[in-house]
Design a protein around this ligand. Structure first.
Ligand SMILES: [Zn+2]
Length: 200
């Protein structure tokens, strides 16, 4: 895929990476699921409407293009030491950002419960919210609270720009940012899908 000529700050810096190639010796079916997932996420992040939005955000926040070296869309999920999945991380000193997928098991349950289009909207929004969050870390470093509040504000603003998919984006917004509210988490528990608050 050749994106070098795209006018946006990040469009040429996003790549899909799988290292190691297959960390847990996963069966072919899983590998192929994660390959599809990462290419879907890659495309979601490259969408012009989103790239344009990011350009504006970087400008507003005064985050310089040079402070971002690479954004890696990782093919395979990453677990934290507490067992929870990681959505993204950032090494501000190197300008390196990584975006991780949900596990195949989670995705399968989610699809069964909410249907494919809701799942795709969720996966897309989760990756975008993760990228917004990690980009803000470039400026606010370890100030997690500030990053979270701002990321929520920016992502909400972005969902408001998309009237055609507003129902699904708003639902994804709720799943990503409101998962800790009691009513919502009870609902998610009852559906056997733990929409763990996205701790990025
Ligand atoms: Zn963070």
């Amino acid at each position: 895929m050749h994106m070098q000529n795209m006018p946006y700050v990040l469009s040429g810096k996003i790549k899909i990476t799988a290292d190691p190639d297959n960390p847990e010796g996963l069966p072919h079916k899983h590998v192929s699921f994660y390959m599809h997932y990462s290419s879907f996420v890659f495309k979601s992040l490259q969408k012009c409407s989103f790239q344009r939005f990011l350009d504006k955000m970087l400008k507003t926040e005064n985050i310089r293009e040079q402070s971002i070296t690479e954004v890696h869309v990782k093919v395979f999920p990453q677990r934290r030491s507490n067992g929870r999945g990681l959505a993204g991380n950032c090494v501000p000193a190197r300008g390196k950002i990584q975006i991780y997928p949900k596990t195949m098991t989670f995705c399968r349950l989610f699809k069964q419960k909410f249907g494919k289009s809701t799942f795709l909207a969720y996966a897309c929004s989760r990756a975008r919210a993760a990228l917004i969050h990690e980009l803000l870390h470039l400026k606010y470093a370890m100030d997690e609270n500030r990053v979270r509040k701002l990321a929520q504000k920016y992502f909400y603003a972005f969902t408001q720009k998309k009237p055609t998919h507003s129902r699904l984006s708003l639902l994804s917004y709720t799943m990503i940012f409101m998962a800790r509210q009691p009513m919502f988490s009870a609902f998610m528990r009852s559906s056997r899908v733990s929409a763990e608050p996205t701790r990025l």
